[in-house]
Design a protein around this ligand. Structure first.
Ligand code: MGD
Ligand code: MGD
Ligand code: MO
Length: 569
């Protein structure tokens, strides 16, 4: 006899990787097992295709190496030998170890360490913030990605964002500046092609001849970290040749005269050796950029990973102010759209900054190795809990991180789907669900579609969503505050209930039915066509930049949630 075969169920969700595309997907499920996962054909940005990596997502969901039960270390640190234990045993031990550490060294000796390994509204950050914030553990600057770009752009514009990337189809001169679109932002590429089809010229500024550079109309192969010099030379040409939109600048910028004087020193001939391009090429680029409107700059994060990263972005941000490109649909600058989502969702309701203990110390995630090894840090980091992050691979100074993780007096807990390079050093590894096993809302940093990620299958083994992990830890710590145990659905409904016009009509029920919905941005949305930059002066600023909303990494009581908080972006 064969078992009855249930009909195929189709469930919509969204990719949870840290990537601008945040694809909508469709999971086909039969008898409780996911059989197929594919791009959602009704999602206007995904257009029915996933990337080479996520096409194989189900292989990872069902991979034999997945951590399906809590594991306790039985070998030496880093050896990767673990034994299965029960959740109760793991939680009780973790709670008593933390309580002992707090009693001896204070809450700040615990360092919760997380990033965007799962990029969703509540699985990335919600109950963890409430729990650790109310305990008063060390805070973390989550700044490995995008923070430098946002700080640099904000210094000039007051924001790290810009226009809706979908409006690229209206631009006539598109500069992919230090971003490898075909590889890292694949679903933006058809829109770039559409713009080209409508007559736009595509320029790529990148030291490497990437696949994207190869596909462009013009590749400017500059020296690494010389972007600010190139931008200054472009402004030199624009000022010299009368290509500045003086009307826009006069009404919407501060510091133009000083900037015009400063760029005198940056003639194309002077910067040519620094940038590695001939002077006449720089001249041509400047003239084309200034005179072909709408012109659009599209950076992601490629140029932030340098010492002068923020200054590169700050300087780049002056270009569309001088050219007046912000006036036009499809003109200006387009980077992360995260702040647009988080600016309209009721994030304070989810994160509850009002329950955080104030004035905790904040450690920079980039310095993990230094901090773990430091003898000066008071108190020393004695407990680390890492989730949605794999610092042994993704943070600088790997040897020092390893040395820190090897400390016998460091108690390390890692929650992940696999025994990662970081998890190998853990005292406990806790099993995390994959994106098709938990509920979340998925705001995107590359477009304005907000998706609901519905769980398609039950959690595998004993894995739990991050939210459930923190409920269990709160219970093990004998905490009783109701807000530490709020359900996933309740938090998501609260986030949607901000009353912001961009969310009008975007209900939980509608998202459940449709999968994803675009935020209600006004039809002809040109954020800075009439100035109104969210700086203190309301103007784009070059000179008094320190007074702009530059860095607010500690505005939530020293506990940064995401890069720069939604209030300040
Ligand atoms: N050398 C070098 N280093 C870099 C970069 C580079 O270009 N070169 N890029 C930098 C950038 S831009 C970034 S964003 C970072 C990314 O660095 P990370 O955030 O550390 O990397 P990811 O691989 O995205 O995710 C980390 C872990 O999250 C786990 N995870 C996924 N879903 C869940 C979940 O639901 N719960 C839990 N608990 N865990 C989950 C994954 O299995 C994975 O092991 O790396 C940075 N580091
Ligand atoms: N397939 C895939 N896609 C991804 C990711 C992934 O791991 N895999 N990661 C996602 C994440 S977290 C992020 S943040 C994004 C990043 O997306 P991108 O910003 O596109 O990131 P990168 O590929 O790190 O860098 C882009 C380009 O910047 C160039 N570059 C480096 N230094 C300079 C410089 O000084 N000047 C200029 N002009 N260019 C420079 C590099 O040569 C590179 O080609 O990608 C996301 N998408
Ligand atoms: Mo990133």
């Amino acid at each position: 006899m064969t078992a009855a075969v249930e009909p195929m169920d189709t469930i919509r969700g969204a990719c949870g990787h840290d990537c601008p595309d945040t694809c909508g997907w469709v999971v086909e499920v039969r008898n409780g097992a996911a059989e197929r996962l594919s791009g959602d054909p009704t999602h206007p940005f995904t257009r029915g295709t996933l990337c080479a990596k996520v096409n194989h997502y189900l292989e990872r969901v069902y991979h034999p190496d997945r951590v399906l039960h809590p594991l306790k270390r039985v070998g030496a640190k880093g050896e990767g030998r673990f034994a299965r234990v029960s959740w109760d045993e793991a939680l009780a031990d973790i709670a008593s170890r933390w309580q002992a550490i707090v009693a001896e060294s204070g809450e700040e000796a615990i360092l919760p360490y997380s990033s965007a390994g799962v990029q969703g509204l509540i699985q990335q950050a919600s109950l963890d913030m409430r729990l650790f914030g109310s305990m008063g553990t060390s805070g973390l600057d989550r700044n490995i990605c995008g923070a430098v770009a946002a700080a640099g752009l904000s210094a000039t514009l007051g924001v790290g964002t810009g226009i809706d990337p979908e409006d690229v189809v209206h631009s006539r001169y598109l500069v992919l500046w230090g971003t490898n679109t075909i590889v890292t932002n694949l679903h933006f590429w058809p829109l770039v092609r559409e713009a080209q089809g409508r007559g736009a010229k595509l320029v790529v500024v990148d030291p490497i001849r990437t696949r994207t550079a190869e596909a462009a109309d013009w590749h400017l192969q500059i020296k690494p970290a010389s972007d600010a010099a190139l931008a200054l030379a472009m402004m030199h040409v624009m000022v010299r040749d009368g290509l500045v939109d003086l009307d826009f600048v006069t009404r919407h910028a501060i510091g133009y005269d000083a900037l015009a004087e400063r760029v005198q020193q940056y003639s194309p001939a002077q910067v040519a050796p620094m940038v590695g391009l001939p002077a006449d090429v720089i001249e041509r680029f400047a003239r084309e950029y200034a005179t072909t409107q709408p012109s659009l700059l599209r950076p992601l994060i490629g140029i932030e990973h340098h010492r002068n990263g923020a200054m590169q972005f700050r300087t780049l941000a002056c270009l569309p102010v001088l050219s007046g490109a912000w006036r036009h649909r499809g003109g200006g600058l387009a980077r992360s759209t995260h702040a647009l989502h988080f600016g309209v969702l009721a994030m304070d309701r989810v994160l509850m900054p009002e329950v955080y203990k104030p004035d905790v110390r904040v450690l920079n995630m980039r310095d993990l190795g230094v901090d773990l090894c430091s003898r000066e840090l008071q108190p020393r980091v004695r407990a680390l809990i890492a989730y949605g992050v794999n610092p042994m691979v993704s943070m600088p100074n790997q040897n020092l991180i390893r040395q820190g993780l090897l400390r016998e007096d460091l108690f390390t807990v890692v929650s992940d789907l696999f025994v990662t390079d970081t998890a190998r050093y853990a005292d406990y590894v806790l099993p995390a669900t994959s994106q098709i096993e938990h509920l979340d809302l998925s705001p995107a940093w590359g477009h304005l579609y907000l998706a609901l990620n519905r769980p398609a299958i039950a959690p595998r083994g004993e894995s739990v969503p991050n939210t459930e992990l923190f409920r269990r830890l709160a219970a093990a710590l004998r905490r009783t505050d109701e807000w530490l145990f709020e359900s996933d659905e309740s938090m998501l409904r609260a986030a949607l209930a901000s009353g912001h016009p961009w969310l009008e009509g975007i209900t939980y029920e509608r998202l459940w039915r449709e999968g994803s919905v675009r935020l209600n941005r006004p039809p002809d949305w040109r954020p800075f066509a009439n100035g109104g930059f969210p700086t203190r002066s309301g103007k784009a600023v070059r000179i008094e930049s320190g007074k702009a909303f530059g860095s607010c990494f500690s505005c939530r009581g020293g506990r940064t949630i995401r890069r720069i908080c939604s209030k300040c972006l």
